[in-house]
Write a protein that binds this ligand. Structure first.
Ligand SMILES: [Zn+2]
Length: 298
C-alpha cells in the first residue's frame, strides 16, 4: 500500500522532529538491583550525563535555537536538581522516565502507580512541575500501563518503535486521549556509541561506531521522514552523545534538520496536543501484547 494522506503539521510544515534526550545518569538495572554501588566506574560513567553532558547540550540547543524534551528518572532529579532546573528554565520539557529507571514489565500495577506518583512528587518539589510525557525505561511495559498513564493525566508516551507517525492509543477497546510518539532504533545512540568494557555492552561490540557514519545515518533518517511527511524523534542519552566530539556530531545533525527549513521542531507535549486536536489525521491502535492489534488507516 502506498504511503498516502500523511499527517498534517502546523503552518504547512512538511514533517515533525521531536528532539529528545534520556537523562538516565547512573540509574538503570544496576541501580535497581543495587549492584551499581560495587561498580564505581559504571556509576561515574553514568553521572557524566547530568554532571557534564547536559550543560553542554543546553548550550548547544541555545546556539541553534531549538527546544527539546528530556526524559529524566526522578532519582536523577533528586541528585542533580540544579541542572534539571536549568533544563526547565531554558524552556525545554521534562518527562517521566522511572524513579531509578525501573523496567515497567517487572512492576505490579500498584508498583507502576507508585513509581509514577513518587516521581511526580519529586518533580513538583524540585522543579515545580508535573510530567505530561512518559518514556518507558528499557522499552517495555505491561498491558495495564497505558491505562494507568491515562488515569494519571499523562498526555503521551514515547516508548515504542512501531511507526514513524504519532497515533492515539486504543485502551481496552476505546480510542483514548493518550498519544504514542514512536521512537526509532536508528536514532537511539546506544546502537552506535554505548560502550562499556565490564560488563561488556553491547555483547560482541568491541569498538565505537565511526562518528561520520552515525551522523550520516541520522541525517538520512531525517531526509526520509521529511520526504514522507512523518515524525522523527530521538533517544539520545547525554552521557553517550555529548562528549566533546560527539556533541559536534549532535550539533551537525540538529543543524541538518533546522536547515531543511520546513520541519516542525516540537516538544512531546506540543506534538501530543496537535495530534489530539487534529485526530482525524492520525491513526489509532493498541498493540500492547495481549491486546488485539488495531491498525489504523495509512
Ligand atoms: Zn533510559
Amino acid at each position: 500500500m502506498a504511503l498516502t494522506g500523511g499527517p498534517v503539521w502546523p503552518d504547512g510544515k512538511r514533517s515533525c522532529v521531536m528532539l529528545a534526550f534520556d537523562v538516565d545518569g547512573p540509574s538503570g538495572s544496576a541501580m535497581v538491583d543495587g549492584s551499581i554501588w560495587r561498580m564505581p566506574r559504571l556509576f561515574v560513567q553514568g553521572a557524566y550525563g547530568p554532571f557534564r553532558a547536559v550543560p553542554r547540550i543546553l548550550d548547544l540547543l541555545e546556539r541553534v535555537g531549538v527546544r527539546a524534551t528530556f526524559f529524566v528518572p526522578a532519582w536523577v532529579v533528586e541528585h542533580w536538581p540544579s541542572v534539571c532546573r536549568d533544563i526547565v528554565a531554558s524552556g525545554h520539557e521534562i518527562g517521566h522516565h522511572g524513579y531509578k529507571h525501573e523496567r515497567y514489565a517487572d512492576l505490579s500495577v500498584a508498583e507502576q502507580g507508585s513509581v509514577l506518583e513518587r516521581s511526580q512528587a519529586i518533580f513538583e518539589e524540585h522543579l515545580g512541575m508535573r510530567a505530561l510525557g512518559f518514556r518507558t525505561p528499557t522499552g517495555d511495559w505491561q498491558k495495564e500501563t497505558p491505562r494507568i498513564l491515562a488515569e494519571q493525566g499523562f498526555l503521551y508516551s514515547s516508548s515504542f518503535r512501531d511507526d514513524d507517525r504519532p497515533y492515539r492509543r486504543v485502551i481496552e477497546g476505546k480510542v483514548s486521549e493518550l498519544v504514542e510518539i514512536p521512537a526509532p532504533v536508528e536514532l537511539d545512540d546506544y546502537a552506535y556509541f554505548a560502550y562499556t568494557e565490564e560488563p561488556p555492552f553491547p555483547k560482541g561490540h568491541d569498538r565505537i561506531a565511526a562518528y561520520r557514519v552515525a551522523l550520516s545515518n541520522w541525517c538520512k533518517e531525517f531526509d526520509g521522514t521529511h520526504r514522507d511527511g512523518g515524525l522523527l524523534t530521538t533517544t539520545f542519552h547525554p552521557k553517550v552523545s555529548a562528549s566533546p566530539g560527539r556533541a559536534v556530531v549532535l550539533e551537525r545533525f540538529v543543524q541538518h534538520v533546522v536547515t531543511a527549513g520546513d520541519s516542525w521542531l516540537a516538544t512531546g507535549t506540543e506534538v501530543a496536543r496537535w495530534v489530539l486536536t487534529h485526530a482525524d489525521r492520525f491513526a489509532s491502535r493498541g498493540g500492547t501484547p495481549g491486546d488485539e492489534l488495531h491498525v489504523g488507516q495509512q
